[in-house]
Design a protein around this ligand. Structure first.
Ligand SMILES: [Zn+2]
Length: 109
């Protein structure tokens, strides 16, 4: 447990009072916690998020994961770097198949 100190405007304080009285027996910490959990649920879900790309020199024919364009060996494509995160685009599992994207798709992300 940690004590946080932050500032809210009067309207928000009133809302917090009202919600905490109505649903959480006046417990404001619990109310804020429920609000944050609800926000997180609406914002996205926990999973793997692409945080960047590393260039790879492909040594066989591959297709771009996004646009499907084929690329012969010797081309430089980009492999996504995944990190645990929370986002509407988060995926549950890192796919086990090869995932590379062309520079056009990487730039448009
Ligand atoms: Zn592409």
């Amino acid at each position: 447990m940690k004590r946080l100190n932050f500032t809210l405007d009067n309207q928000t304080v009133e809302l917090l009072n009202r919600l905490s009285e109505k649903y959480y027996g006046g417990n404001k910490s619990q109310t804020v916690r429920a609000a944050l959990e609800s926000l997180a649920a609406h914002q996205g879900h926990d999973g793997w998020v692409i945080t960047g790309y590393t260039p790879v020199l492909v040594d066989h024919d591959v297709s771009c994961h996004s646009c499907g364009t084929g690329h012969p060996e010797g081309n430089v494509l980009f492999r996504p770097v995944f990190e645990k995160g929370n986002s509407p685009d988060a995926i549950k599992q890192i796919p086990s198949e090869e995932w590379v994207e062309c520079s056009m798709c990487v730039e448009s992300h």
